[in-house]
Design a protein around this ligand. Structure first.
Ligand code: HEM
Length: 403
């Protein structure tokens, strides 16, 4: 049990090593002892579900990150990227870009993607069956979103290999504590990615794709009667989209499998009742979600859990903490593949709620349905290696033996 004093001393910039393995006892202590917890350098960490929802839904919580990122990232490619992408902007840029992307990831578009995802998953499973021992992350979980997002922007298959490395390096620039190496790698990744996109965009302008299904063509052409994106805006929305859909979905599949392996009775239940896969995916997202933190800045005063916060307060929403709040989720530390209701905030809430949530759900559903049907035996074949970050939660290695 983590004490009230230890909770009050908690800082995202110097978390104890055990936090990286299991942050949930810390979140529980914060919810109990200090739910609107002050962070070094200003700002607060929200640990309760109700407070998280209030901020997500507030019209006075800005997503614009220029003031926050300038001192951290300087005048750099990373700064340009993160302050141009839709997720860290308010209207009007946010509204304009969001509408253009939404049209390509509606239910009809997702249904069109499904057969291709199922085919890919079957190929990956056949390869796993042959090898018997694999790193589940590299050889399965990461392969699915690369295919899906690569297709969404219609990036030629032969050119997809650097995407995952760029994505990890760029998103690492958002961690609460940054090393010079992380900054350097992130800046290099943005520069290389933009260079790559210049060529891709020029080709797509010459030869546009299908406006209904090709997000890059949609972003280039903009809304039918609307304003076009500038060249810079265009590149950074593409980079964001690739990043947003890659690592997150990889980690949904990796963290989800880890939860099943650690809860064998729930795994057995899912095997016996595959119709539970969709609710199991929601529980994976709640129980150990890929994104643990979101940020907002208050543009009007707000009171949360009795604490008055002034204009300008930087808010860190604890997604994992909110998703384990017993006031919203009975017995929150239990992994229950049939949990209902399950109104988790793994995809955020409000105006910026994840555009790709149904794409991710479809990928998860197909991956787990086919994986469990194919292998009656799935077990750990070595030490898993966590990706030791705070905002993004997942594994680098998850060695598995299947049969
Ligand atoms: C399990 C996988 C995923 C998780 C956990 C996840 C989570 C999130 C969260 C928490 C946000 C809100 C950020 C905020 O409010 O500040 C978000 C936004 C976003 N996500 Fe996802 N995401 C996932 C997959 C995807 C996929 C597959 C795509 C693309 C196909 C995608 C595209 C986006 C976009 C474009 C936004 C920005 C929306 C906006 O600012 O209006 N995400 N995601």
């Amino acid at each position: 049990m983590i004490s009230a004093d230890a909770a009050r001393d908690f800082q995202l910039t110097r978390v104890p090593p055990e936090f990286l393995d299991d942050p949930y006892p810390w979140y529980a202590a914060l919810r109990r002892h200090d739910p609107v917890h002050e962070l070094d350098g200003g700002g607060v960490f929200l640990a309760r579900y109700e407070d998280a929802i209030a901020v997500y839904r507030s019209p006075h919580a800005s997503s614009d990150k220029k003031a926050e990122f300038r001192p951290k990232l300087g005048d750099s490619p990373l700064y340009e990227h993160h302050t141009t992408s839709l997720v860290f902007n308010d209207p009007p840029l946010h509204t304009r870009v969001r509408r253009v992307i939404m049209g390509a990831v509606n239910q009809k578009a997702i249904a069109r993607m499904e057969p291709n995802v199922a085919r890919l998953v079957d190929v990956l499973l056949a390869e796993m069956a042959e090898k018997r021992e694999v790193n589940f992350i590299d050889e399965f979980a990461a392969q699915i979103p690369i295919e899906v997002i690569g297709n969404l922007l219609d990036i030629p298959r032969a050119e997809r290999s650097p995407l995952r490395g760029w994505s990890v390096a760029i998103l690492s620039g958002l961690e609460p504590k940054l090393t010079p190496q992380m900054l350097e790698a992130g800046n290099r990744a943005v520069t290389e990615f933009v260079e790559y996109l210049k060529v891709l965009v020029a080709e797509r302008r010459r030869q546009p794709g299908d406006y209904e299904s090709d997000v890059l063509t949609r972003l280039i052409q903009g809304e039918k009667d609307g304003e076009k994106l500038s060249e810079k805006e265009l590149y950074h929305q593409c980079i964001f989209l690739l990043n947003a859909g890659h690592e997150t979905t990889t980690n949904l599949i990796g963290n989800g499998l880890w939860a099943l392996l650690n809860n064998p009775e729930e795994l057995a239940r899912l095997r016996a009742e595959p119709a539970l896969v969709p609710s199991a995916i929601e529980e994976m997202l709640r129980y150990d979600g890929p994104i643990q933190l979101n940020n907002r800045r208050l543009t009007a005063p707000m009171t949360l859990s009795g604490k008055a916060l002034p204009v300008g307060t930087l808010i860190t929403i604890g997604i994992g903490a909110a998703n384990h709040d017993p006031d919203q989720f009975p017995d929150p530390e239990r992994f229950d593949v049939a949990r209902k209701p399950n109104r988790h905030v793994a995809f955020g809430q409000g105006d910026h709620v994840c555009v790709g949530m149904n794409v991710a759900r479809m990928e998860g559903r197909i991956a787990f349905t086919r994986l469990l049907a194919r292998f009656p035996r799935i077990e750990l074949a070595g030490e898993p290696e966590r990706d030791r970050r705070i905002r993004f939660r997942g594994f680098r290695k998850l060695p598995l033996r299947v049969g």
